[in-house]
Design a protein around this ligand. Structure first.
Ligand SMILES: C[S@@+](CC[C@H](N)C(=O)[O-])C[C@H]1O[C@@H](n2cnc3c(N)ncnc32)[C@H](O)[C@@H]1O
Length: 222
C-alpha cells in the first residue's frame, strides 16, 4: 500500500514514522508513506497557500490551487482521495478495514480556518475523527494511517487484530499478564487452568458483558 499525506507541516510526522510498528511496516516495505508539503505545488511567486475568506470573517483559508494540483499529480486509477474535515463521516474501525483494502490513499490535511470549498470536488471521501476541532488534519491523518497500517498483512499478528475491540460489534475481553497476584488482585483462575475451550467461552462472555456495560450502542449495530 502507498499512503501520500498532503500537509504544510511535514516535521510533525517524524516521530510517527520512525517508531515501533509503523517504522517496521515501512522497513518491511508493506507500506510506503510519503509526506508531501503542498506548498511545493503553489504557483504563487511566494509559495503562498492561504488567503482571507471571501465575504469576510476570521482566519485564513487554504487556496484550491496547491492542493488540487498536488492531488492531480499524485492520483492514479487506484487512488482514494480523503479530505480530513470535522463535517466528514465519523471514522470507525469498519472504515479502517475498508481503507486497508485500497492500494493508494491520498490524505489531505486542512489547517487554519479550513480549506476552499471547491477542494471537495476532487475527493472520494470526507472523514472526521470525532466531534471536536483540531488545529489541523495532521493528527487525524496519523490516526487514519495508523489504524489502516496495523491491519495490513504482515504488520501484526492477524489473530491479534481480529480480537480487537469493535470487531463483531464487541469490545475486547480483559487481559492479564504476570504476576498472578498483584496488590491483592488475582488473575481469574479460568485463565490459569489450560482449558482452551473454557478460556474461549470466558473471554466471549466477558467481551459481551463489557460491551453491555460500556458501549451497549455497539450491540445494536449491523
Ligand atoms: C481548525 S480546523 C477547521 C475547522 C473548521 N473551521 C470547522 O469548524 O469545521 C483545521 C483543519 O483541521 C482538520 N480537522 C480539525 N478537526 C478535525 C476532525 N475532528 N476530524 C478531521 N479533521 C479535522 C481539518 O483538515 C480542518 O480543515
Amino acid at each position: 500500500m502507498r499512503i501520500d499525506i498532503l500537509t504544510l507541516f511535514p516535521n510533525m510526522f517524524d516521530g510517527f514514522l520512525s517508531e515501533s510498528i509503523i517504522k517496521r511496516a515501512i522497513e518491511k516495505k508493506i507500506v510506503e508513506v510519503n509526506i508531501i508539503n503542498f506548498r511545493d505545488y503553489s504557483c504563487d511567486p511566494h509559495h503562498k497557500v492561504d488567503d482571507t475568506p471571501y465575504g469576510g470573517g476570521s482566519g485564513m483559508v487554504l487556496t484550491p490551487q496547491p492542493i488540487m494540483d498536488a492531488v492531480d499529480s499524485l492520483k492514479t486509477d487506484n487512488s482514494k482521495v480523503i479530505l480530513l474535515t470535522p463535517d466528514g463521516k465519523k471514522y470507525n474501525q469498519k472504515d479502517a478495514y475498508s481503507l486497508a483494502q485500497e492500494k493508494h490513499l491520498i490524505i489531505i490535511c486542512g489547517h487554519y480556518e479550513g480549506f476552499d470549498e471547491r477542494i471537495r470536488s476532487i475527493v472520494d471521501l470526507e472523514i472526521s475523527i470525532g466531534d471536536y476541532v483540531l488545529t489541523g488534519g495532521e493528527l487525524p491523518s496519523m490516526i487514519i494511517s495508523d489504524t489502516v497500517i496495523r491491519l495490513l498483512d504482515g504488520v501484526i499478528d492477524k489473530e491479534s487484530h481480529l480480537n480487537d475491540s469493535f470487531n463483531n460489534n464487541l469490545l475486547d475481553y480483559p487481559t492479564y499478564t504476570k504476576p498472578r497476584v498483584y496488590r491483592g488482585l488475582e488473575v481469574p483462575s479460568v485463565l490459569l487452568n489450560g482449558n482452551h475451550k473454557e478460556i474461549e467461552e470466558y473471554r466471549k462472555e466477558e467481551a459481551l458483558k463489557r460491551t453491555r456495560e460500556k458501549r451497549p450502542d455497539l450491540l445494536d449495530r449491523n
